[in-house]
Design a protein around this ligand. Structure first.
Ligand SMILES: C[S@@+](CC[C@H](N)C(=O)[O-])C[C@H]1O[C@@H](n2cnc3c(N)ncnc32)[C@H](O)[C@@H]1O
Length: 286
C-alpha cells in the first residue's frame, strides 16, 4: 500500500541509472495494490520515493550508499550539521582531502553519520555524480568543478527522515537475490539492475566486481522463482538482444516484455548507434 505522496520525499543523490526521467513510464506499470514493496537495487531510490509504500525492503550492494539511508532515518539532524560544514568548506582541496580519507586508518573510526555526510558531499561535488571506486574499494572520481553545487536540501532530508520513521522500512545491504528471499504472495519487487550492455562491456562503475551476464541470468532465475511464489515482479533493463532472448522463453511465457523509448547513451558512443531502448519486463497483468 502507498500513502499520500509527499513531493519532498525524492532522491537526495545523483545516481548512475537513476530512474527519475523514466518515472512517467514505470509508475503506470506498477501494480495498483501490493503488500510489501521490495527494491533490491535501490540506488537513489527514484521509484521507491515516488511510490512511498507503507511497507518496504530496500537494498543495495553499495554499503556507503546504504549508510546514507540509515543516517537519514536514524539521525538526520546530525547529518545535516555535518553537511553544512562540508558545504561551507567546499573547494577542490577540501574535496580531495575528504575523498582520500578512505585510504587512511582514520576511516575505520568514522561514524555512520560521518560516512554518510562524506558520501553525500562527494556525490554532489564529484564529476557527474559518478560513484566510482578502485580495486581496493576506494572512491576515485575526480572533483566536478561545479559553480555552486546544491549539496543537500534540508527540507528533502527532513521529509525523507519523517517518511522512513513513520513507514515500515527495512534497509538491507546484500546481494539482490538474498534481499528478496522472504518475499511472499502479494508482495511487489521492482528490479533496476545495472543495465546489460549491447557490446558486453558492462558498465561496472557502481561497485568493484560489476554485473555481468551471469548476474543477469541469476536475476532471471530469481524472477522465475518469485513468479512461482506468486510475487509480482517488474524489471527495467537495456533492451539488448541478450536480455530479450533471456526472457522470451518458449516454455514459460509468464513475462510481458515492453520496450520504451531510447534515451540513454551507452559508453562513449554519442551517435545514434550508442542509444539503447529500455525494456520493462513484468510477470503480472495490469
Ligand atoms: C541502475 S542502479 C539503480 C538506480 C536506481 N533505480 C535509481 O533510481 O537511482 C543499480 C544499483 O544496483 C546496485 N548493485 C549492483 N550490483 C548489485 C547486486 N549484486 N546486488 C544488489 N545491488 C547491486 C548498484 O550499487 C546500483 O546502486
Amino acid at each position: 500500500m502507498t500513502r499520500t505522496r509527499n513531493p519532498f520525499v525524492r532522491p537526495y543523490l545523483k545516481w548512475a541509472g537513476g530512474k527519475r526521467q523514466l518515472e512517467g513510464e514505470i509508475l503506470p506499470k506498477c501494480p495498483k495494490t501490493f503488500n510489501t514493496y521490495y527494491e533490491p537495487f535501490v540506488g537513489a531510490g527514484a521509484i521507491f520515493f515516488a511510490l512511498q509504500p507503507e511497507r518496504a525492503v530496500i537494498n543495495d550492494l553499495n554499503d556507503q550508499l546504504c549508510l546514507t539511508y540509515i543516517a537519514i532515518k536514524d539521525n538526520v539532524n546530525e547529518l545535516i550539521e555535518q553537511l553544512k560544514e562540508h558545504k561551507n568548506n567546499n573547494s577542490k582541496e577540501y574535496y580531495y582531502e575528504l575523498r582520500e580519507k578512505d585510504r587512511e586508518p582514520v576511516f575505520d573510526s568514522f561514524t555512520t553519520i560521518q560516512r554518510a555526510a562524506r558520501l553525500i558531499y562527494l556525490n554532489k561535488t564529484c564529476y557527474n555524480g559518478l560513484y566510482r571506486v578502485n580495486s581496493m574499494g576506494q572512491f576515485n572520481t575526480p572533483y566536478g568543478r561545479y559553480q555552486n553545487p546544491a549539496i543537500f536540501d534540508e527540507e528533502v532530508l527532513l521529509a525523507i527522515h519523517k517518511y522512513l520513521q513513520s513507514a515500515n522500512i527495512t534497509i538491507k545491504n546484500m546481494s539482490f537475490e538474498k534481499s528478496v528471499e522472504d518475499a511472499e504472495k502479494g508482495d511487489f519487487v521492482y528490479f533496476d539492475p545495472p543495465y546489460d550492455s549491447p557490446n558486453c562491456t558492462n558498465f561496472t562503475g557502481y561497485q568493484a566486481g560489476g554485473f555481468d551476464h551471469e548476474q543477469q541470468i541469476l536475476l532471471k532465475d530469481v524472477m522465475e522463482d518469485l513468479t512461482d511464489r506468486n510475487v509480482k515482479c517488474l524489471m527495467s533493463n537495456a533492451a539488448t538482444d541478450f536480455i530479450i532472448d533471456l526472457f522470451k522463453n518458449k516454455t514459460r511465457n509468464e513475462f510481458k516484455i515492453e520496450t520504451v523509448r531510447a534515451n540513454r547513451m551507452i559508453g562513449s558512443n554519442l551517435d545514434s548507434r550508442g542509444k539503447v531502448d529500455e525494456v520493462l519486463i513484468r510477470n503480472y497483468k495490469l
